[in-house]
Design a protein around this ligand. Structure first.
Ligand code: ZN
Length: 138
């Protein structure tokens, strides 16, 4: 199926998800990929870091990262003012775990990409990126 097939209805549904405070960023990416007609699996625990979305046909793993927890460095990832040491340690652990998992996946010949929470504000760009990533190996 061609990845250009996100209908206006699907699109507005996904945009509603983006705007809803209770939706995890991962759900937005899932809906988008689903609307694009892509086949993927969720949370493959047998892979390092349990990637959020796995596209076996394209040998692609996608992580959807919250900006705060994974330290994107954008405006959504400001450092908490209290207990700075505690947070600094916690964030360091997260960041090094992310890096380690991504490196291991690459060693296993997976292609890996991270979609950040804040990037979901521009759904067309995310769609284009996923489209590029999933057509490389077609
Ligand atoms: Zn961000």
């Amino acid at each position: 199926m061609c990845a250009d097939t996100v209908t206006p209805e699907q699109r507005s549904k996904i945009m509603a998800l983006v705007k809803s405070k209770n939706t995890k960023p991962e759900m937005v990416v899932r809906s988008l990929c689903h609307a694009m007609g892509l086949r993927f699996r969720l949370h493959r625990r047998d892979l390092p870091g349990t990637p959020d979305l796995v596209f076996p046909k394209h040998r692609l793993c996608l992580f959807v990262h919250g900006c705060f927890w994974h330290r994107h460095g954008c405006k959504y990832s400001s450092m908490p003012k209290s207990r700075a040491d505690y947070w600094a340690t916690k964030f360091d652990t997260n960041a090094s775990r992310d890096e380690r998992c991504i490196n291991r996946l690459k060693l296993m010949d997976w292609r890996v990409d991270v979609i950040w929470e804040c990037e979901l504000k521009d759904l067309d760009r995310v769609k284009e990126r996923v489209q590029t990533l999933t057509t490389l190996l077609d």
